[in-house]
Write a protein that binds this ligand. Sequence first.
Ligand SMILES: Cc1ncc(C[n+]2csc(CCOP(=O)(O)OP(=O)(O)O)c2C)c(N)n1
Ligand SMILES: [Mg+2]
Length: 719
Amino acid sequence: MEVRSESRTGRASTPQTGVVADGMSWHHAGSAEAETAESLARQPVALPRFPERLSREAFYLAAYPAMYLSRRLEERLLELFQKGYVKGTVTIGIGGEATAIGASMPFRPGRDATGLLHRDFGAHLALGATPYELVCQYMANADSPTHGREGNVHHGRAAERRYPMMSHLGRMLSVVVGAVWSARRQGEDVFGLAPIGDGGSSTGEFHEAINLASVHGVPVLFLIENNGYSFSVPVELQYHCERLSDRAIGYGLQGRTVDGTDPWEVYSAVSQMLERMKDNPQPALLECRTLRLHGHAAYDKAEYVSAEKRAEMAARDPLPATRAKLLDVCGLDERSVDDIERSMGAVVEQSVREAMQAARPRVPAVAKTARERADQAESLTYADTVLPTLPPLTVDRAKNGDAVRMALEYLLEHRPQSFLAGQDVGPYGSAFKTCKGLFERFGPGRVMDLPICESAMVGFAIGASQTGGEPIVEFQFADFATEAATQIGLNAGTWFFRADQPAPVLMRLPCGGGLTMGMFHSGEYEGVWSCFPGLKILYPVTPQETFEALVAGLIDRNPCLVLEHKMLYWGRAGSIAFDGHLEHLWQPRRHAEGDELTLIAFGAMVGESVKAAKEADRRVDVWNPWVVKPLRLEPIRRSLERTGRLLVVHEASSGMGMGERLIGRICCEWGHLLKTPPQLIAAPDTPVPFAPELETAFRPARTEITAAIEQLTGGRRSH
Ligand SMILES: Cc1ncc(C[n+]2csc(CCOP(=O)(O)OP(=O)(O)O)c2C)c(N)n1
Ligand SMILES: [Mg+2]
């Protein structure tokens, strides 16, 4: 282990006194300084929580040490940044401590859910992060909550319901809403704290999340930390209303604006709002007019802030003002306050010292082959799933659409934490009628119609998955999932990698063309989604495969997309025989057997390919990969060993589909097995056109597949 020591540049000397946590705050004890600072560096700040409400005196005594610690720790981190020990973008909460700590203090760590943002350093401290772990996070070492995998300011502890932020502003709000909703559904008395900046309040997801929380009565406190700037952009260019809390009325909520530099005012407002929420579970909107006394981040000198404005802001600095309260309101003398500050300084130094000696993150061995690279990526990005044995189910005849309904019914029945959410999935039974009767049987708590908010819907599902929920979300059309690209690809997909806790969310995407629905209702996007690490994707074709995909997708501990081809919903019927075992499911499915050609097809092209092989009268091994991500190609390799020829067929365009990647991977790994160059039949790289004749010309035709089969297997044969 590398042990580093910092070359010091005039920092305060070793502190003279120690500190202890006494159940209310950390304060001076005047003994055994080194040992106490050592233990406090690794202890969360102990504070009284809701419903306990502190008197003004007790509040300042509790809040000031935390505010001071936050300030000094951040100053120290800036120094470490300048010396090169801290990398990345260090955004600084200095000036915002009164809001960060005043607002978070009443919340109960480990119980209430939050998604703290880049400016909420003090709130991390107040909600359970230890000073040591924060320094580790900024130094990106092995002991950091993200194990050095994600940027300094993007962190938390998912297991303690302090969900690590993703960078994209606005996206954590719905995660908090979902976490609170799901925990309360299980009878837990839980609130949410969802902070956002003045800049972040302009995002679409801000609206989606508050609206969703309001419609479903989820008691989340939306905290707007209005510090006057979004990076360099002043609030005049961010919004045009007088107070951001005025927006509350549009959601039917209570809204309030307070002075965010006064921690007592913030604390009192939050405590009152929580009391109201306790009796009447509804979200609330609190705007705190706070400060940012530095540039946006370490590199920003904030030249866009005038000298006059700087002076005005410095005069409102909450730290000296709160310090003065210890003297005026609490009756402490200067020496006692100095002692508190010295004690906090000792904790800062101890935390830095220990973090300097912490191990660097373990770097995985360099993978040498495509196979090794794929295996390594899987082990890093996917959570393991312990597979249960489920009740068996047999159905003689069902169409694909029936199989969807039966799988959902089966899951809702046997997995009590599961719930279905989407647009029109309630009494209407979903746009394609695949959810018919579920609302009547399971009720609005398990089958939920949501407002149109695809992005917040996925954020909500991610949050629900963190508090024990097993969400199934339906996109009305696969095309609308692009609305949630950030939440699916970047939030859900990266969650396990950076949060140390899986985000099992099942997403259903009715996809594909052939129904004359135009370019925004006909897309297949499996190749697009497969680009995002951490996602799993299943694409079933038969009723049996469909049933299995939905069950396997829900049980799996990772975010999983199931593609359902719309044209297959109400086509051919088949039987379903599910034996309750899941081990053998994650494999490609063979639809026809042969030794002349290996043909991999997707969705509706599987059936077309089987028919084309018959028409060509060739022995074609036709496969549906079923698992689009992570690809399971071993059975395909065995097939190629026999055939030596490869054809891939999908109705997605070459850009949206998997073919090029699939062929590339096969060529890299098993190119030596191929006797002829592989071929791809895909739709042209254009949007899906509307008119029937245009769409027919766009989608691969069976004759095209037949011709390719013939060509790959040695030309036309005369009979
Ligand atoms: C969706 C999105 N766009 C842009 C950014 C880049 N960015 C990071 S912080 C920031 C300013 C945010 O301002 P505000 O919400 O007021 O929070 P503050 O930094 O002032 O605390 C910007 C533009 C981002 N993180 N997310
Ligand atoms: Mg701001």
